[in-house]
Design a protein around this ligand. Structure first.
Ligand code: VG1
Ligand code: CO
Length: 581
């Protein structure tokens, strides 16, 4: 029988959860009591009634330190009166799979889970010198709301002890099955289960796998998926190869690795180099004809990048196109959409679709937690973020593989007549047709990573102050470029949740132009060092004869205005962003 030890501890600075949990360098997490303090603070935020007897999931993207963290959390859960811990085999579960497991999975003894610790720093690199992360998800399968994360943070500032079953042996998480222990409060079980099967089952219930299978086996079509050595690889093979008949050779980097092969598991044109080259979008030409469709995922497989042959689909367009085509292409949505939503910095492409289709529409702050309330209240079916996040109310996280299956469904539907020989309706055709109908939102994001935190704050404070005088702003803007319209309004985005009335302030500074163009500035909440400034630039073009321009050309005047108006170089000392997406 294991016993419970009360370990003395003391607060450690800086444990405030960001946009998506607590993310720090591995060596920070490995300090004595660091992880333990955060886990105990989370338990305390959940209250004993909710914790005692509960079933909790613990798993993640498999990054370095996950295995140790899982054993620590198991021992702390046992000591805190948790009844069961569920672990994906080898500690692997993608973020969307965790959400699905909380919502759908039934344990071998009929139990259901009420929450999860997800161990991931998502698209941040992994390894001994890189990042680790942890976040807590609730009963609905979604990230803890701000009410809970604020409580967790308060607890980390006051903690003086944590509970741990030090004498509980490490559990073998490499093999599926249940290990039972006896403790002071009775039985404690650890159930290790297959990482993919619940998620695969859910995907099968949403999409028409038969039509996607036909598309993937058509001589007219070719496919490629890059998991960037993240946990997406654990799902890609069972879904794309085993269920849908894709060739194994169409999977790139699909073996999950603790350090993501030394790369940056971020699915964008900068970091998904191999896929980008294969799709004919690289600097040097790829060998042979690129595939018709390519996609990549981030470390925890909640993000996605969708590419056509020599063609990039912006994430903001992707969610709009999925929303516009979901009802006819995806069985799960055949009876209609409840509504659509996007995060504030995401382009307004989906807004236009909502208007055309007469759908409810919501604009929420950055971070997936804000979509969950809308979905729980039956107000939203499909949502997305400009940061390569797309998803629906099938779970309460963004879902990279879901997005790929949604695109494959749309392509299959548009090509149902010509799979055996006619001319394929390509990804590029689908996007260009969308622009012809709805107009195009030219869009780009500039990230300035690891900027001095003080300088970043000053830049934001400057922009807040500037926006209080529109005539002044317009004078400056006109002095920079005569090619942009007037700024009609500017504000700091604030959100009142329509379901629970909670208010989130300081969610980014917006400059809204008369012609619908927007500049948005925000500070990232997911970095682990310094500050990251994000600048989002958007311009709407309704005239279908003008939707075919190169994005960087179309946006050049606005970019110029954004950089000069914000005095970006003056404040940050940077003449170039770190990454452009
Ligand atoms: C970033 C993105 C945001 C996303 C968040 C978590 O946050 O901008 O859209 O929801 O990452 O995604 P921030 O605060 O750094 O801008 V993930 O895949 O990192 O969990
Ligand atoms: Co992620």
């Amino acid at each position: 029988m294991f016993s419970v030890t009360r370990k003395q501890s003391a607060p450690i600075d800086g444990q405030k959860p960001g946009t998506s949990g607590l993310r720090k360098k591995v060596k920070v997490f490995m300090q004595p009591h660091y992880l333990q303090n955060f886990v105990q603070s989370t338990f305390n935020a959940l209250t004993t009634e909710k914790l005692r007897g509960a079933t909790l999931v613990v798993s993640g993207d498999g990054r370095y330190y996950s295995k140790d963290a899982i054993q620590i959390i198991i021992k702390m859960a046992a000591a805190n009166g948790v009844r069961r811990i569920w672990v994906g085999q080898n500690g692997l579960l993608s973020t969307p799979a965790v959400s699905a497991v909380i919502r759908e999975r039934v344990g071998v003894d009929g139990s259901k889970a009420s929450g999860a610790f997800i161990l991931t720093a998502s698209h941040n690199p992994g390894g001994p010198h890189e990042d680790f992360g942890i976040k807590y998800n609730m009963e609905n399968g979604g990230p803890a709301p701000e009410g809970i994360t604020d409580k967790i943070y308060e607890n980390t500032k006051a903690i003086n002890e944590y509970l741990i079953a030090e004498d509980l042996p490490d559990v073998d998480i490499t093999a599926t099955g249940v290990t039972s222990f006896g403790g002071p409060d009775g039985k404690f079980d650890v159930e290790v289960f297959d990482s993919a099967s619940d998620y695969v089952k859910l995907m099968k219930s949403i999409f028409d796998f038969e039509s996607i299978r036909k598309l993937l086996s058509s001589p007219n079509f070719s496919f490629c998926y890059d998991a960037l050595h993240g946990v997406g690889g654990a799902y890609a093979k069972p879904i794309f190869v085993e269920k849908l008949g894709a060739k194994e050779s169409s999977l790139l980097n699909c073996t999950p690795k603790e350090d993501f092969g030394g790369g940056h598991p971020d699915p964008n044109l900068t970091y998904a180099k191999e896929l980008v080259a294969r799709m004919g979008l690289g600097k040097s030409d790829s060998q042979g004809e690129p595939p018709e469709f390519g996609a990549a995922a981030d470390g925890d497989a909640d993000r996605n990048m969708v590419l056509g042959k020599r063609f990039f689909v912006t994430p903001s367009d992707s969610v709009a196109i999925i929303a516009a085509n979901a009802i006819e292409s995806i069985p799960y949505f055949s009876s209609g959409l409840k509504g659509v939503a996007r995060s504030m910095p995401t382009s307004a492409a989906v807004d236009v679709v909502a208007k055309h289709l007469n759908l409810k529409f919501f604009e929420v702050p950055t971070g997936w937690k804000f979509f969950g309330n809308l979905m729980d209240a039956g107000l939203c079916s499909i949502c997305g973020e400009e940061s390569f996040g797309t998803g629906s109310d099938h779970i309460r996280e963004k879902d990279g593989i879901w997005a790929v299956l949604a695109w494959l469904s749309i392509i299959a539907y548009k090509n149902k007549e010509n799979l055996s020989g006619g001319k394929l309706v390509t990804v590029e055709d689908i996007v260009r047709n969308h622009w012809a109908t709805y107009g195009r939102h030219y869009y780009t994001r500039y990230d300035y990573e690891n900027v001095d935190a003080g300088a970043a704050k000053e830049l934001m404070a400057y922009l807040v102050k500037l926006q209080s005088s529109l005539p002044e702003v317009n004078k400056i803007v006109k002095g920079i470029s005569s090619d942009v319209s007037n700024v009609a309004s500017a504000d700091e985005f604030e959100y009142k949740d329509p379901v629970d009335g909670s208010i989130s302030k300081h969610q980014g500074i917006r400059y809204l132009f008369e012609d619908g163009s927007r500049l948005v500035f925000r500070l990232s909440g997911t970095g682990s060092e310094g500050a990251t400034i994000r600048l989002y630039i958007e311009q709407y073009e309704k005239d279908s004869s003008k939707t075919g321009r190169e994005s960087h050309e179309a946006l050049a005047p606005l970019v110029d205005v954004a950089l000069k108006l914000s005095k970006m170089q003056e404040f940050t000392g940077r003449s170039e962003p770190t990454v452009i997406t």
